[in-house]
Design a protein around this ligand. Structure first.
Ligand code: SAM
Length: 219
C-alpha cells in the first residue's frame, strides 16, 4: 500500500469559491446533488459539476495509470463509481484491446458516457457484492466516489475492491489542517465520510486494503 500522485494536478487545476457555496441554501443543494442525476452532472454549479462535458482532461491520467501499473494492451480494468466514464474511454483509446468495465449508481452519468464505452457500463452500488471472481482485474480504480459512502458501506466497497483486483488505486477527499477541513465542509455536497489522511490510512489498514491511494485536498 502506498500513496501515489496521479489525479492531484487535475483537481488543483479547478478554481473553487468555498464560502458562497456554504451560504447559498446548501442543504437543499446537498439533497439534490445526492440524487446523482441530471442536476448533479449538468444542472447549475450549486448542485455539482455545473456541466460535465468531454474535454480530454482524463487522457494524461489514463497514461499515468498505464505507466504506474504496467498495464498491457489486453488489461482487465474496473472503475468503481465511474460516473460518465471519461477515464475508461481514454484508457480504451490508449489500450484498444483492454477489457474495460465500469459501474455507478447514476443513470444520467452512465447514459451520457461516451458511446464507445457505454456498453461496458452497468448500474450498481459500490457497496454491493461485485459479480466478478477474486483477482479478476489487473487494476481496480475508484476516483472520488468512496467518500460518498458512510463507513459501513465504505468497508463493504473497499473489501470488494480488494477482492476483485490484483492491483488497486483509490482516491478520496480528505484534509491536512483546519483550513482544508473547513473548505471541504463548505464545498462538499455529497460527502458522507470526512476524515483526515491519517484516519483514511488507518481505515484502509483496518479493512485489509493493500492497494494504493491518493487524496484530493481543498487548499
Ligand atoms: C465526484 S463523482 C466521480 C465520478 C468519476 N469517478 C470521475 O472521477 O469523474 C462521484 C461518483 O460517485 C458515484 N457514487 C456515489 N455513491 C455511489 C455508490 N454508493 N455506488 C456507486 N457509485 C456511487 C456518483 O454517482 C458519481 O458518479
Amino acid at each position: 500500500m502506498q500513496k501515489i500522485h496521479i489525479i492531484t494536478p487535475l483537481h488543483t487545476a479547478t478554481k473553487r469559491e468555498y464560502l458562497p457555496r456554504m451560504i447559498e441554501d446548501k442543504v437543499a443543494c446537498m439533497r439534490k446533488a445526492k440524487e446523482y442525476e441530471f442536476d448533479y452532472w449538468d444542472g447549475d454549479r450549486r448542485y455539482g459539476y455545473g456541466g460535465y462535458r468531454y474535454d480530454g482532461r482524463w487522457k494524461p491520467v489514463a497514461q499515468s495509470l498505464i505507466d504506474v501499473y504496467s498495464l498491457k494492451n489486453d488489461a482487465c480494468i474496473l472503475d468503481v463509481g465511474c460516473g460518465k466514464a471519461h477515464l475508461l474511454f481514454e484508457l480504451g483509446q490508449l489500450l484498444p484491446n483492454a477489457n474495460l468495465i465500469g459501474f455507478d449508481i447514476s443513470q444520467h452519468g452512465l447514459a451520457n458516457a461516451p458511446e464507445m464505452i457505454r456498453d461496458r457500463l452497468f448500474r450498481q452500488k459500490a457497496q454491493e457484492p461485485y459479480p466478478h471472481a477474486d483477482d479478476h482485474f489487473d487494476l481496480v480504480i475508484s476516483l472520488n466516489a468512496l467518500h460518498n459512502l458512510e463507513l459501513p458501506e465504505f468497508k463493504a466497497a473497499i473489501t470488494e475492491i480488494e477482492r476483485v483486483g490484483k492491483q488497486k488505486y483509490v482516491c478520496v477527499e480528505s484534509y491536512r489542517n483546519e483550513q482544508e477541513l473547513f473548505n471541504l465542509q463548505c464545498w462538499a455536497l455529497t460527502c458522507e465520510s470526512f476524515f483526515s489522511e491519517r484516519e483514511w490510512v488507518w481505515l484502509y489498514q483496518q479493512f485489509g486494503y493493500t492497494g494504493d491511494y491518493e487524496f484530493i485536498f481543498f487548499e
